[in-house]
Design a protein around this ligand. Structure first.
Ligand code: HEM
Ligand code: HEM
Length: 208
């Protein structure tokens, strides 16, 4: 985050806060998927990379709840901070796609931890947070709710992969095929390379 990168979003670019938390969530989601698949395919007595199945469960639950904290922060940041204008070069349908899937991804950032939490509490498994402390269970055993939350968690985890693929396909196609540098908008620095051969950006906010 060198000089020249604003902290907050402005009309031309995302600020450092938005960029930083975007990539924090990418890293945490990657961890959640890796741990989620590892723990559900290991046996109760197996270990992988030196960690037991129980370790993976504990860290999946803990990191998932921490991700919920970041999601709340991101949502507030999106509400109280303007969005930059759209990247030039995006067609009307690109913009629609981006907006549509960004909303999905925001929803996912809440749905996943909340459904996971309800599942383990209503199922009576609890959360050994950071392997340090057992969180209280405000729900109590409620098998039907546990089942609903569990299937919400599992089915949504697949639906999110569809949203992510769509999100990434717009970005990667623009960046690597159309070569308009859109990825730079979310990377440290000052936004897109000025060299892009696009027509001037319409001066409308992404939110508008
Ligand atoms: C960003 C948040 C989260 C993501 C992206 C995520 C993702 C996943 C994925 C991909 C799986 C494997 C699904 C499958 O079996 O195919 C999974 C399973 C699971 N997750 Fe999460 N998770 C998140 C948060 C949480 C939280 C906060 C908890 C609990 C406090 C939790 C508890 C569980 C449990 C218990 C399972 C095993 C489900 C089963 O019995 O098959 N998750 N999660
Ligand atoms: C490797 C995977 C990813 C890449 C390459 C990527 C890239 C980008 C880029 C370049 C933008 C800026 C688009 C623009 O407005 O011009 C963006 C925005 C956004 N991305 Fe991603 N992204 C990835 C993963 C994710 C994940 C995992 C999530 C959430 C679960 C996510 C949620 C969002 C959201 C909500 C925005 C809109 C800006 C905001 O409100 O923070 N992205 N992404």
């Amino acid at each position: 985050m060198g000089p020249g990168m604003p902290l907050l979003n402005d009309s031309k670019s995302y600020g450092a806060i938005t960029k930083f938390f975007h990539w924090v969530i990418v890293a945490l989601f990657a961890f959640q998927y890796a741990a989620g698949y590892t723990m559900t395919s290991l046996g109760a007595k197996d270990a992988a990379l030196g960690f037991t199945q129980a370790n993976y469960y504990n860290w999946h639950k803990s990191i998932g709840l921490i991700a919920l904290g970041f999601a709340i922060f991101r949502l507030l940041n999106r509400h109280f901070n303007r969005l930059p204008n759209w990247a030039p070069n995006l067609t009307k349908s690109d913009k629609k796609l981006m907006h549509y899937y960004e909303n999905w991804l925001y929803f996912a950032m809440f749905l996943m931890p909340v459904s996971g939490y309800i599942y383990v509490m209503a199922g009576g498994y609890g959360v050994h947070f950071l392997e340090m402390t057992h969180l209280p269970n405000p729900i109590g055993k409620w098998p039907l709710l546990a089942d609903i939350a569990k299937w919400t968690h599992i089915l949504s985890s697949y639906a999110i992969l569809v949203a992510l693929a769509a999100h990434m396909s717009v970005v990667l196609r623009h960046h690597f095929v159309l070569k308009d540098g859109i990825l730079w908008r979310m990377l440290p620095g000052r936004g897109m390379k000025p060299a892009s051969s696009s027509k001037p950006s319409e001066s409308v906010s992404k939110a508008g």
